[in-house]
Design a protein around this ligand. Structure first.
Ligand code: TAP
Length: 496
């Protein structure tokens, strides 16, 4: 399927009829209000679908369905092997529908079809499969309490779990929420981002085909302040797994406090530091620094957006980065060799451009890129950009730009680099390039981030936890740790 040409993808896109209704209680339905919102193709600026705009009434309908399904035991009381089989079928169907899902993801988000095909869809299938596999392998515990009692510690599903997710990796992040929530036996409601709902609706169709009982998995597309807020405030949702901005994450904590104290998992923003020392393998580091900031056009929560480079090698390193900025030049996302597509929206493009101008006003200089391109296509494209002369108190070093803009800061001593790296409200990820093993371990310990890479960036696996320190959130996606937010621990004490 990867042999399809740009023309093939374009003609497939013309025949594609994306699902646009909400999926509630096993049926595709319009929003009760009848309202819709447009889904745009960021590569062309065209509207590709009018999607159901769910609000509080639809969320309530979905919660009732999810609660009914949960209480009936139709899912949580299935034999583990049966539950596992359904999720494995779902993962299989995601793989079988690779071209359609990849195309939906690309049309809806502007990301390159190459990436949707090789990363987004396969990773989502792999995550659901991984959690399916845990279902009949996780054992509960017996606390050591002597011969006169049996103290069992068991995990039970919390009940109704909602996932509220962003637009940058719609399928992947959905799968990180769906996997643990459904494997644990919960029912689920998923609210995709306004800018990227289409692949979630296709997932719902495949869930039904896989045999997931009605009401166990629901998708309510809609706007954040309507559907999202209704989820946050709903008194009968037990947990919300949120991925998105720190600003909205804060709102979910407030919603929880104002409603039923539902559990809130927060995967939020980042401003990840990428430290490169003079003794590092600079050529390799340059490639990683380039992908760390420019992959998906920097619209990645853990994007390596602050390069902290040892002063003596700064100029040389910038020369090594230049060819990568040319190679990773944005193009038509449906051209199979394109690595970077378009930014998600016109507003986001303006926002990112605003940061480049702000950086210059703050005293930084554009060393690479900085221009909007591709206007003739109608979409929202920006060159890979590097700002030099950045100080860590500038807003371009402190705030999440969420675009292809690398801020370059300099250091003389490694302690300085660590201090700069840690001087951030965020703590999602960090990376260090150096050859000395004890420096690497010591520095990795000092970096306050949920993930630290040494001589790498963004290497990832579903079995390694992912999440942030500080205002990058709390709780972890991926790995067995993701079960913590969607399960209750029950102690059953039996006197013998
Ligand atoms: P947000 O604007 O925070 O949106 C995330 C989700 O929250 C969307 O579904 C959004 O709906 C909804 N929402 C917006 N306002 C809301 C409100 N007032 N009440 C309830 N829900 C609301 O983030 P985004 O722009 O989609 O994504 C970018 C952000 O996500 C960045 O900060 C990025 O770092 C973060 N992110 C973090 C991670 C991890 S793992 N830490 C991964 C990816 C992205 P609408 O789309 O309708 O507004």
């Amino acid at each position: 399927m990867t042999s399809l040409t740009q023309t093939d993808w374009r003609s497939l896109a013309r025949t594609l009829r994306p699902r646009r209704q909400a999926f509630i209680d096993g049926r595709f339905v319009d929003a009760l209000s009848g309202r819709t919102f447009p889904a745009y193709n960021p590569a062309t600026g065209e509207v590709i679908a009018e999607v159901a705009a769910c609000d509080a009434a639809d969320v309530d309908r979905a919660v009732r369905a999810a609660r009914r399904a949960f209480e009936s035991g139709v899912w949580r009381d299935l034999k583990p092997a049966e539950r596992k089989a359904v999720l494995l079928r779902w993962a299989g169907l995601i793989r079988e529908n690779l071209p359609e899902l990849a195309l939906l993801e690309t049309l809806d988000t502007g990301k390159a079809i190459k990436e949707s095909l090789s990363v987004d869809v396969p990773s989502a299938a792999a995550a659901i499969q991984w959690y399916a596999e845990t279902i009949d392998k996780l054992y509960d515990e017996i606390a050591p309490n002597g011969p006169s009692s049996l103290v069992m510690v068991t995990r039970e599903p919390v009940g109704v779990v909602a996932g509220v997710i962003p637009w940058n990796y719609p399928l992947i992040i959905a799968s990180w929420k769906i996997g643990p929530a459904l494997a644990a036996g919960n029912s689920m409601i998923l609210k995709p981002a306004e800018e990227a709902s289409l692949s979630a609706l296709k997932l719902a169709e495949l869930a039904q085909e896989a045999g997931l009982p009605d009401g166990v998995f629901n998708v309510v597309p809609g706007l954040g302040p309507e559907a999202g807020q209704a989820i946050g405030l709903h008194p009968d949702i037990d947990a919300v797994l949120f991925t998105g901005s720190t600003e909205v994450g804060r709102k979910f904590l407030e919603y929880s406090a104002r409603s039923n104290l539902k559990r809130v998992g927060l995967e939020l923003g980042g401003k990840s530091p990428h430290i490169v020392t003079a003794d590092a393998d600079l050529e390799k580091a340059a490639m990683y620094v380039a992908y760390a900031i420019w992959y998906n056009l920097g619209q990645t929560c853990n994007a390596g957006s602050r390069l902290i480079i040892e002063q003596s090698v700064k100029e040389r390193f910038l020369e090594l980065l230049r060819p990568w900025a040319q190679r990773l030049y944005p193009g038509d996302p449906l051209e199979p060799t394109t690595e970077l597509g378009a930014l998600i929206s016109a507003e986001h493009l303006d926002r990112v451009r605003g940061y480049i101008e702000l950086g210059q006003r703050e005293g930084a200089e554009v060393a690479i890129g900085g221009r909007q391109i591709g206007q003739e296509r109608g979409g929202w494209y920006l060159e890979p950009t590097v700002l030099v002369g950045v100080k860590n108190d500038m807003r371009v070093a402190r705030e999440e730009i969420f675009g292809p803009v690398l801020s370059v800061l300099e250091f003389d001593r490694l302690e300085e680099a660590v201090a700069i790296a840690n001087d951030s409200p965020y703590g999602l990820a960090a990376a260090l390039w150096c050859r000395d093993i004890s420096t690497a371990h010591r520095t990795a310990r000092q970096l306050r981030a949920g993930t630290v890479w040494v001589n790498a960036f963004d290497h990832t696996s579903i079995n390694a936890p992912f999440g942030g320190y500080k205002q990058s959130g709390h709780g972890r996606d991926k790995s067995l740790h993701a079960f913590d937010k969607v399960t209750e621990l029950k102690t059953t004490w039996v006197e013998l």
